[in-house]
Each structure stands twice: as structure tokens, then as C-alpha cells.
Write a protein that binds this ligand. Structure first.
Ligand code: IPE
Ligand code: IPE
Ligand code: MG
Length: 254
């Protein structure tokens, strides 16, 4: 199978200085969206998939380089088995039907998380989708699936300890950069803007290492309702932040 079967479309727009390079999103509120309409939770997840297509387009229009979406957490296996089963079916359907649109729009797809738990069918669809989009360079879409920030740090520690015990790494040389390179997000810059819909003000074991200096934006809007206007509001809020990274405001403006 050839990794680069697509004829690339030119990327839409160069990002402005005040535009985040990487946006990470906890897409929360699907269940409540459905419940408020007297519908089963899966209807909220299906509507949520439409909001996923929308935000990918919007990020493309804004020239965002990286979009990371939290689709399924390592804790979400604890949900009722029927909801988990339907979510897996939705994941399969997206991997089967939505990849053409990513190819057409120059979006590179990467899935991060503990993928072993998904079994052969999903893993083979993931591999195929990643290969088909591997040469796209307008935007990278990263989907976190069976992802947990603590799992990510733990697997990095395990690999580092293993290499160290084999004498391939000197523990003295373990620094933040090396640890980052062992996380599953290796090669992806840390998020600049984090968006969580659905009203909860927590990180829920998302990219806990990578979010260390991210700007955190929380909105009550439920994920299926997250619109172009809501996205613009988040970008506008971000543009007004002063990112000091430990320095004083005077140092930053100088
Ligand atoms: C987020 O929406 C989607 C997943 C976790 C898969 P929820 O399903 O958590 O929706 P609420 O929080 O119950 O409304
Ligand atoms: C976080 O949402 C995970 C995803 C959006 C995939 P949850 O709805 O599972 O988070 P908690 O458990 O309420 O914190
Ligand atoms: Mg939730």
C-alpha cells in the first residue's frame, strides 16, 4: 500500500502570530446533550462526531498546525459495556468512512494511546489510516484513544528504565527533553490552547505532562453544540493571553 496516494491540496492559510500552533480538546458533554433530548447517549456521541468534522475544518481554515482530540480515555472502559461497544463501533465507522476527507484536505492522522487493548480490526484500520495520510502536511490531527496521561508517563519510564538497565542510556542524561521523546506525543509540540467543553473544570488524565504551560479554556457548551462561533471565542480568548513562562510581564513585553 502506498503511503502517499493523495494529490495534495494547498494549505488554506498561514497562522497569525497570536494563533495557537497546537490545540488540544476534551470533547465532553455528549451524554448530557443526548439526555436533554430524551435520547440514548450514543446519539450524543454520533452528533459529537459531526462536531469533530467541524473543528477539523475550522482548524484547517485557521492554519492550525496540530489538533489533538481526546476521544476515549483509559478510564472510559469503566462505562456500561453497551456504551463502550457502541463507541468502538463509532470509532470503526469513522476510521472507515472519514479518512478520504482527511486525505483530500491534507490532514495527517495519528492515533495515540495504549492501542493493544483495541484488538486486530481497529489496529489494522488505524495503521491503514495513518499510512494513507502520512505525507499530508497541512495539519496533523492526533486522536487520543485509550489514552491516559499517567499511562503515557509510565510507559515512557518503563522504556527508559529498560534502556538504562541495558546500558544504552546513562541515567545522568535523562532530562525533560529525553522524557518527552519517550511519550507517545513525540514529535508533536506541546499544546498552546486546551479547550474543554461540557462545563467540567478538570484535565481528566489527558496530556498531563504536555499541558504543563498550556492556556486552559473551559466552556459550558456541550461538545455536539460546539460551533464556529464558540471556536472563534476560544481563539479570541487565547489571543488575549500573555504567555509568561515564569518571566515577568515587563520581560515578556521587552
Ligand atoms: C465525552 O462525552 C465523550 C466520551 C467520553 C467518549 P461524555 O460521554 O463524557 O458526555 P457527558 O459528560 O456524560 O455528558
Ligand atoms: C474525558 O471525559 C474523556 C474524553 C472526553 C474522551 P470524561 O467525561 O470521561 O471525563 P470525566 O470522567 O467526567 O472527568
Ligand atoms: Mg463526560
Amino acid at each position: 500500500m502506498s503511503p502517499a496516494e493523495n494529490i495534495k491540496t494547498p494549505c488554506q492559510k498561514k497562522p497569525e502570530h497570536s494563533t495557537p500552533r497546537h490545540i488540544a480538546v476534551i470533547m465532553d458533554g455528549n451524554g448530557r446533550w443526548a439526555k436533554s433530548r430524551g435520547q440514548p447517549r450514543i446519539m450524543g456521541h454520533r452528533k459529537g462526531a459531526e462536531a469533530v468534522r467541524r473543528i477539523i475544518r475550522l482548524c484547517g481554515d485557521e492554519g492550525i498546525e496540530h489538533l489533538t482530540l481526546f476521544a476515549f480515555s483509559s478510564e472510559n472502559w469503566q462505562r456500561p459495556p453497551r456504551e463502550v461497544k457502541l463507541l468502538m463501533e463509532l470509532f470503526i465507522s469513522v476510521l472507515e468512512k472519514d479518512i478520504d476527507a482527511l486525505v483530500e484536505n491534507g490532514v495527517r492522522l495519528r492515533i495515540i494511546g495504549d492501542l493493544d487493548r483495541f484488538g486486530k480490526r481497529i489496529n489494522s484500520l488505524i495503521k491503514k489510516a495513518e499510512m494513507r495520510t502520512a505525507c499530508n502536511d497541512c495539519m496533523q490531527l492526533t486522536i487520543a484513544a485509550n489514552y491516559g496521561g499517567r499511562w503515557d508517563i509510565t510507559q515512557a519510564c518503563r522504556h527508559l528504565a529498560d534502556k538504562s538497565s541495558r546500558g544504552e542510556i546513562d541515567p545522568k542524561n535523562i532530562d525533560e527533553e529525553l522524557i518527552s521523546s519517550y511519550l507517545v506525543s513525540d514529535g508533536i509540540p506541546d499544546p498552546d490552547l486546551f479547550i474543554r467543553t461540557g462545563g467540567e473544570k478538570r484535565i481528566s488524565n489527558f496530556l498531563i505532562w504536555q499541558l504543563a504551560y498550556c492556556e486552559l479554556y473551559f466552556t459550558d457548551i456541550l461538545w455536539p453544540d460546539f460551533s464556529k462561533e464558540n471556536f472563534s471565542d476560544a481563539l479570541q480568548w487565547f489571543a488575549g493571553r500573555e504567555r509568561r513562562f515564569g518571566k515577568t510581564s515587563e520581560q515578556v513585553s521587552a
